[in-house]
Structures are given as structure tokens and as C-alpha cells.
Design a binder for this molecule. Structure first.
Ligand SMILES: Nc1ncnc2c1ncn2[C@@H]1O[C@H](COP(=O)(O)OP(=O)(O)OP(=O)(O)O)[C@@H](O)[C@H]1O
Ligand SMILES: O=P(O)(O)OC[C@@]1(O)O[C@H](CO)[C@@H](O)[C@@H]1O
Length: 306
């Protein structure tokens, strides 16, 4: 079973605005609300690709109720912990000439709720996959992902971490199966500017030396680089297309990668399916379905176990 954990889920309010002017009343040309949060997005794209997962995390208030219902409607199995105070955040995604995002802080997660999460994590068994994705509310300690991994360290679980800064660096010693920073996050982790591919590889390799098993560096329109446990480096460019909304492209890539890996046990195919899923989502107003992803694959879907 694949488990995703989203500490700070959201409803994503995605608006299209022709000309965004700060300090003025701006009117949308279209708008929609989607279930959001990185782990949840991974669960949605996994479901679209025919993979079962269980979405864990914390929800609160009427926005939390709406989020849970939407995810269920999209075919996901959820097992959220309901917080008694506050409400699940609404993140605003503005698609104008550029993409801008306003992400909320999210509700406070109590110590009791964290204990409940740890109880739920007890069901994870050898061979399962656990995806820890997204930011944590600033009321939580920065070592929360680390504490989860420490607790599960003995269990031979494949853990995927999609997070930034210390939240990511702190888990490396527990040997996550996969981490997926984008190239800007990689620069931020080491306080460097990386212009050339060979330099990106040098710093991605440092993350492996620090403990990550496989490192996937996504680079938006420039595709991705994958450094695998057996010392190989794979480089793939994305297919061409018009970007409509790239929010969730990275999460789609994680879902595609996991699907490809589980179906074929082949890292190159996992990367190809990851890129196709990421790009298919970037070319749509929301997360891609199977048909849209399959259209962007270079080989027939059967090659990827689809
Ligand atoms: N402009 C684009 N053109 C083509 N493919 C894209 C584009 N943007 C994203 N993608 C696809 O999605 C993958 C992940 O994108 P990106 O590097 O933006 O992830 P991310 O920064 O984690 O995204 P997000 O945080 O918005 O989910 C890329 O490797 C690529 O395959
Ligand atoms: O604030 P975080 O947790 O870093 O990111 C949250 C978020 O921007 O990530 C997803 C896209 O990756 C969106 O669905 C969601 O709004």
C-alpha cells in the first residue's frame, strides 16, 4: 500500500486573470476550487493511474470537510485526523502573465493529533511506501518528518520526502528512498547558484552522500535529472506543450515515478512516467488523468505497466 501524509492540506482556489494589477480590483476570467496539498495531489494522480493509496493528514473546519469529500469523489481513500479548532487553509493560485501563489498558514496541530498520526502510521508494513510531502504549519517543530522516519527506521519502508530546507536535510540520515527537490530548492539547500547541469549533478550527489537513496531533481520546463542508488544519472527533457497551470506538476511527477517504479522496477521508465505525469499536469488547469499522461509517453503504456 502507498500512504501519503499531508500535514497542511488545502483547498486550492485557482483563478485566471488576464491582467493582474496590484492595488486594484481584479476580476477573474475563470475560477475553480480543487483539493490540494502535496501528498493529496500525489494520491489523486496515483488514483488516476490506477494505483491505490491512503491519504493521511490533518483537516479542520468546513474547508476540511469539503477537501475530504472532493478527494473521495476523485477516487482517493482518505484517513484524515480531524482537528477540533481552526480550518483547513485555502491557497490562492493566480494564473496571469506569470503564476503567483498565496499559501495560507493552516490550523494548529495539537500534540494529541500528532499522537493520533503516529498511531495510524503503525499500520504501515514492510514493502509499503510512505510519501511525506509539503510544508508543515509553523506551530510544529521542524524535526517532525525526522521523528516519523526515526520511528519507522527498522521497518523496511520506502519513504519518499518532498520538502524543502531543514525539513528535508534532517531526514537524509534515515535514507529516504526518494527525495524530489526542484533545482531552485537544491540551490537553496546549499546556498549556491547552479547554472550548469554538471553542477546540479554535483550537488544532487551530495544529497546522496548525505543519505538519500535516489535523488530526483525536477527542473520545470527543463525536465529532470535522476541520480539512482546504483550510481547512474538519467537526464530527460519534457515533452513540448502549453503551460496552463504548473501547480502540482512536481506532485504528479512523484506519483508517475512511483507508478513506473512499482510497475516496472526500472528507474529509467519511472523517470519517463514521472516526466509525462508532471508535464501533463502542467499543460492542464489541474492534475492530469491517465489518458493525458499516456499521450505524452514515448513508448506504449504497457511498457510502463499501465
Ligand atoms: N513548463 C513546463 N513544461 C513542460 N513540463 C513541465 C513544465 N513545468 C513542469 N513540467 C513537468 O513537471 C515536472 C515537475 O515540475 P517542477 O520542476 O516545476 O516541479 P515542482 O517545482 O515540484 O512543482 P510544484 O511545486 O509546482 O508542484 C518537470 O520535471 C516537468 O516534467
Ligand atoms: O505550502 P506547501 O505545503 O509547501 O504547498 C502547498 C501547495 O502549494 O502545494 C501543492 C502543489 O504542489 C498545492 O496543491 C498546495 O496549495
Amino acid at each position: 500500500m502507498i500512504y501519503t501524509v499531508t500535514f497542511n492540506p488545502s483547498l486550492d482556489y485557482v483563478v485566471q486573470i488576464e491582467n493582474l494589477t496590484l492595488g486594484e480590483v481584479n476580476r477573474t476570467s475563470c475560477e475553480a476550487i480543487y483539493p490540494g496539498g502535496k501528498g493529496n495531489n500525489v494520491s489523486v494522480v496515483l488514483a488516476n493511474l490506477g494505483m491505490k493509496s491512503r491519504a493521511l493528514g490533518f483537516i479542520a473546519g468546513f474547508t476540511g470537510d469539503a477537501l475530504e469529500k472532493m478527494l473521495t469523489d476523485f477516487g482517493c481513500t482518505t484517513d484524515f485526523i480531524r482537528l477540533k479548532e481552526g480550518m483547513t487553509r485555502i491557497n490562492v493560485k493566480i494564473n496571469a502573465s506569470e503564476e503567483s501563489e498565496i499559501n495560507g498558514q493552516g490550523p494548529e496541530i495539537t500534540a494529541e493529533a500528532i499522537r493520533e498520526l503516529f498511531e495510524k502510521l503503525e499500520q504501515i508494513q514492510e514493502g509499503d511506501i510512505l510519501v511525506l510531502a509539503g510544508s508543515i504549519p509553523n506551530t510544529l517543530p521542524e524535526d517532525i518528518y525526522e521523528r516519523i522516519m526515526e520511528r519507522l527506521a527498522e521497518r523496511k519502508i520506502h519513504i519518499v520526502v518532498d520538502a524543502t530546507k531543514d525539513l528535508l536535510l534532517n531526514v537524509l540520515k534515515y535514507h529516504p528512498f526518494l527525495i524530489k527537490p526542484n533545482n531552485h530548492e537544491l540551490e537553496e539547500l546549499f546556498g549556491v547558484t547552479l547554472k550548469q547541469e554538471k553542477d546540479i549533478i554535483v550537488y544532487a550527489r551530495k544529497l546522496q552522500e548525505m543519505g538519500a537513496v535516489n535523488v530526483l531533481i525536477s527542473m520545470a520546463g527543463d525536465g529532470a535529472l535522476l541520480l539512482t542508488e546504483d550510481g547512474k544519472v538519467y537526464r530527460k527533457m519534457p515533452p513540448k506543450g502549453n503551460v496552463v497551470n504548473s501547480v502540482g506538476a512536481g506532485d504528479s511527477m512523484v506519483a508517475g515515478f512511483l507508478t513506473g517504479y512499482l510497475n516496472t522496477n526500472n528507474y529509467e521508465k519511472a523517470l519517463q512516467l514521472g516526466i509525462a505525469a508532471g508535464s501533463a499536469s502542467a499543460f492542464l488547469s489541474w492534475l492530469a488523468g491517465k489518458d493525458e499522461i499516456v499521450k505524452l509517453l514515448q513508448q506504449p503504456p504497457e511498457e510502463y505497466g499501465l
